[in-house]
Design a protein around this ligand. Structure first.
Ligand code: ARG
Length: 569
């Protein structure tokens, strides 16, 4: 497709001899379509050119040579140049591109040859998979898909929290009372109980605590019995987590968690020693970060065992060597901002190529609070994501029973809609913001929600069904789609690939979620203003084709977010 922005910046560049890439960055899309399709704010150049924005705008307008087949006209308003795209050109471009790429519309090869690690989910074994883990799982999976769609070689990693001194305790608890708990039935709940019980005993009896420490030491030394029990905890937990991943349709390329790096921390310590950055402090070894305005990063504890940060540093080394990453993205809640700032700083002392340390990116996100007291921590328990997802499905089932009891594929659709609603909610607010989880909001079919997008998608499907065909592109008269509502839809579709680029540039999934809402709303306006199935075959063809395009883009975009489309609603 023609890149109109590029075309405009090239022509402006010819008039003022400023690099077109710089100019391209300045180009905006006006909020009000009456101000054109693209706007160039000249005040950004006022300083550089030592002229008033108005004067710059006038001069550019006079000198610029525009191909009317592409850009119809340019107007000066205030310090802005407003560009109007040749409508039929844009329509032609979009329809041809969709016809050619179909379900791959918006994809590209721009990422070819680049390796992107996305680390997401990373729950702690033997602990509940809570709502914070839900968000990292969904954000990470959506980023993963989007990078992939743009041609990047993408590696999804579940950095399981499967290591730490608490496993010494859990092994002790298991030894003592393992048979009292049905771990197969309710693994996480029972493992949590086991942990609380042994922890209490440790507080009373120093000797038990000592045994726990020994267990952990044995685990580190790969004692077969301790490893076996630890493995059991891990297998049971993963079985439970996999239920969630299956419901969400989330996959990973690697589940190497913290334990995988436990025996790889020695190299980190050696490298930091070599760099002269490792200092002793009260028996522990630390890297001082006071110059960076941060507390020190602890590398080894006084008892010599490795810690969370050190295992993360070992992972950076390993990932650089194994995957030769261009970016290594950590989707982790903002509570860990400091942790990542620290390890990214310390990583600079590991002797890695700058490419790798520059490629480390933390994508933080806000907390989720539940609007109803019932869902929030009950009796100190965290909300189980599985319960939440199943509740979403049940609630949708009830809505279907109430409104459309004869719907086909009820079960399947309730799942797509319920899960889709949860996913969309997780991804549609600016990631860094805290969120309130409220059932009525996320399941509102008319709101800015997953179900709304699915609903509009289904509408495009039923338009095609009613027509009984998808028209051939050759039969479409582009001029019939130049009315305001149709054109708005097509302009939005034109922008799809651009939005995907913004998503990965800022690692911000809400751009795509908002985009899908906009497209759905634009289509809804189009639908309300225009009769689609009508006596004029030419008009019908054009409008059915437009409906087909919208359905296609909604489906692709939703899929990138992890949302499946129902066929009926
Ligand atoms: N397991 C941790 C938690 O649940 C998150 C791990 C984040 N990733 C990392 N590389 N440190 O809080």
């Amino acid at each position: 497709m023609i890149n109109f922005k590029k075309e405009i910046s090239k022509q402006i560049s010819n008039t003022i001899k400023i690099d077109e890439n710089q100019l391209e960055n300045y180009i905006e899309i006006p909020k009000d379509a009456n101000n054109g399709d693209y706007a160039f704010p000249c005040f950004k150049l006022a300083k550089e050119l030592k002229k008033s924005p108005q004067l710059i705008a006038d001069e550019i307008k006079q000198k610029i040579e525009l191909d009317e087949q592409i850009i119809e006209k340019v107007e000066v308003i205030g310090g802005y140049l407003n560009f109007y795209i040749n409508k039929s050109k844009l329509i032609e471009e979009v329809l041809k591109e969709i016809n050619e790429k179909k379900e791959e519309y918006g994809s590209s090869k721009e990422g070819n040859g680049k390796n992107i690690i996305v680390e997401y989910s990373s729950p702690n074994i033997a602990k509940e998979f809570h709502i914070g883990h839900l968000r990292t799982t969904l954000i990470g999976a959506a980023l993963y898909s989007t990078y992939k769609y743009l041609g990047y070689n993408t590696i999804g990693i579940n950095h399981l929290g499967d290591y730490g001194t608490q496993f010494g305790k859990m092994i002790e608890g298991y030894k003592r009372w393992g048979s009292e708990y049905n771990l197969e039935e309710n693994p996480i709940e029972n493992l949590t109980k086991l942990y609380i019980r042994i922890n209490n005993l440790c507080k009373e009896d120093e000797k038990v605590l000592e045994l726990c420490r020994e267990n952990f030491k044995k685990l580190e030394e790969k004692d077969p019995y301790c490893v076996e029990i630890w493995n059991k905890f891990k297998t049971l937990s993963l079985k439970e987590f996999n239920k969630t991943y299956e419901l969400l349709g989330v996959k990973f390329d690697s589940q190497n968690g913290e334990a995988f790096y436990a025996d790889k921390t020695k190299e980190v310590i050696d490298l930091l020693k070599k760099s002269g950055k490792l200092e002793e402090s009260q028996g522990a070894e630390i890297v001082d970060l006071s110059e960076k305005g941060m507390p020190p990063c602890i590398i080894t504890k006084s008892n010599g065992s490795s810690i969370y940060a050190t295992r993360d540093l070992a992972a950076i080394l390993y990932r650089a060597r194994t995957y030769d990453f261009d970016k290594c993205i950590y989707v982790v809640a903002y509570e860990q901002n400091l942790h990542f700032k620290q390890i990214f700083e310390v990583a600079k002392y590991l002797g890695l190529d700058k490419k790798y340390t520059d490629g480390l990116i933390h994508v933080p996100f806000g907390m989720v609070r539940l609007s109803t007291g019932r869902m929030s921590t009950r009796e100190g328990n965290v909300v189980k994501v599985n319960d939440l997802l199943n509740e979403a499905i049940d609630r949708v089932k009830n809505i279907i029973e109430e409104k459309n009891p004869n719907m086909e594929e009820k079960e399947e659709n309730a799942k797509k809609i319920g899960i889709g609603a949860v996913i969309f909610n997780s991804l549609s607010t600016t990631l860094i913001k805290d969120q309130i989880f409220d059932w009525d909001t996320i399941l509102n079919f008319q709101g800015e929600t997953g179900p709304y997008i699915q609903y509009i998608y289904v509408r495009t499907k039923s338009v095609i069904e009613k027509a009984g065909y998808i028209p051939d592109l050759e039969n479409i008269d582009y001029a019939l789609l130049e009315d305001k509502e149709s054109y708005n839809v097509l302009k939005t579709i034109y922008n799809f690939n651009n939005i995907l680029k913004q998503v990965i540039e800022k690692n911000e999934t809400s751009f795509l979620a908002r985009y899908l809402i906009e497209l759905a709303q634009n289509y809804s306006n189009f639908y309300n203003e225009n009769k689609i199935i009508c006596d004029d075959k030419k008009i019908q063809d054009a409008r059915v084709y437009l409906s087909y395009c919208v359905g296609n883009v909604l489906k692709i975009g939703a899929k990138l977010l992890g949302i499946n489309m129902p066929n009926k609603m």
